[in-house]
Design a protein around this ligand. Structure first.
Ligand code: NAD
Ligand code: UDP
Length: 349
């Protein structure tokens, strides 16, 4: 079976993908520097798959450390999750984001070319579409109207990946995630928030746990059925399946030269008020909330066109929002029981 390098594999989406790939018989090798994750995530992966994980603590911005991994191992394909992802942090410190995210990708591409690895799946984001007027957001819409440095870093990485794929005979697939939610059904793996979360589901979980008093619903005057903003929330295990399909496609690809970008979403818009109701029915608890003003820069409605994922990858998200809420709550209860660590992660896009 193929050997897949997973960068950022100790993180939220990477760890769920690592579990799935291993369960599907792939050999996996994880690298991470734990800048936004903890070694305990790898222990949880090992517990779920009942196997040791091959791992090296590597900072991808350090080309020598990265090259050392390539010189000692042979990889058939790579999934590149490693990157910083906080929109608000990126606004405060754009250089940190450009340095970390773009340098990591450049170093990875250099190592790939040096060691003749040609297949890569890249974590992109729906934020590359920026302010598009129409939904669903389709892959052939213009990209780059970005509104923050995090999104710009993803856009620039996509441009770089496309150029290098075409000139250096690589086969690269950028997956544009919408709003990842949910956790592993075992309750062992999920995402630990740091401080006060910015994103909707982690915030609701803190309210449900009694750590925060109530949710602020950012706007009830959008032109949507209930007035609150709409997003496309996709279960993290469905996302992992999307990566599995992408890797399968790349490994079978006849052409060794190509670049493609594919959305990973459910293709269904869910409003903030609907999300609150889903959490309430999944947990049997009330989510106290108040209506607050709109959050600056927020889009009223964002959801994915999913035809390309379906046609190119045979991928369709299967897990419901209710399932995601149940799994999130199960993981939150696990955290509440075991105590959250001091080093926790920031969840953003
Ligand atoms: P995460 O922060 O949980 O995981 C990213 C991992 O990369 C972390 O374990 C972090 O320690 C590691 N990392 C970061 N910089 C590194 C470096 N220089 N060297 C080595 N390791 C490094 O984030 P996630 O939610 O799992 O997201 C994974 C990828 O998907 C990211 O690139 C993110 O931008 C992208 N993405 C995430 C979302 C989302 O809402 N979660 C949405 C769209 C795109
Ligand atoms: N949201 C909210 N209260 C919060 C956090 C988020 O009402 O405390 C809303 C936000 O305005 C958006 C939706 O929930 O409409 C999803 O926000 P999130 O930050 O999770 O994702 P993004 O806006 O980046 O897609």
């Amino acid at each position: 079976m193929a050997n897949v390098l997973i960068t950022g594999g100790a993180g939220y989406i990477g760890s769920h993908t690592a579990v799935l790939l291993s369960q599907e018989g792939y050999d996996i090798y994880i690298i991470d520097n734990f800048i936004n994750s903890e070694p305990s995530a790898l222990r949880a992966v090992e517990k779920i798959i009942s196997k040791c994980v091959q791992f090296s603590e590597v900072d991808l911005t350090n080309s020598e450390e990265l090259d050392a991994v390539f010189s000692k191992n042979s990889f058939d394909a790579i999934i590149h999750f490693a990157g910083l992802k906080s929109v608000s942090e990126s606004v405060g410190d754009p250089l940190k984001y450009y340095n970390n995210n773009i340098s990591s990708t450049l170093n990875l591409l250099n190592s790939m070319c040096k060691y003749n690895i040609t297949k890569l799946v890249f974590s992109s984001s729906a934020t590359v579409y920026g302010k598009c007027e129409t939904v669903p957001l389709a892959e052939d819409f213009p990209i780059g109207q970005t509104t923050n440095p995090y999104a710009t870093s993803k856009f620039v990485q996509e441009l770089i990946l496309k150029d290098v794929a075409l000139s250096n005979n690589l086969n690269i697939m950028a997956l544009r995630y919408f709003n990842p939610v949910g956790a592993h059904t075992s309750g062992l793996l999920g995402e630990k928030p740091r401080g006060i979360p910015n994103n909707l589901c982690p915030y609701i979980l803190q309210v449900l746990s009694g750590k925060l008093d109530r949710l602020n619903v950012f706007g009830d005057d959008y032109e949507t059925a209930d007035g609150s903003a709409i997003r496309d929330y996709i279960h993290v295990v469905d996302l992992a399946i999307g990566h599995l399909k992408a890797i399968e496609k790349l490994l079978c690809a006849e052409s060794s030269v190509s670049y493609d970008a594919i959305n990973l979403g459910r293709g269904v818009g869910v409003s903030v008020l609907e999300m609150i109701k889903s959490f309430e029915s999944a947990t049997g608890r009330k989510v106290p909330y108040k209506i607050a003003g709109r959050r600056q820069g927020d889009l009223p409605v964002s959801y994915a066109a999913t035809d390309k994922a379906s046609a190119e990858l045979g991928f369709q998200a299967e897990r419901s929002i209710e399932q995601a809420c149940l799994d999130l709550w199960r993981y939150q209860e696990h955290l509440n029981k075991t105590g959250t660590s001091k080093e926790q992660s920031v969840r953003e896009k």
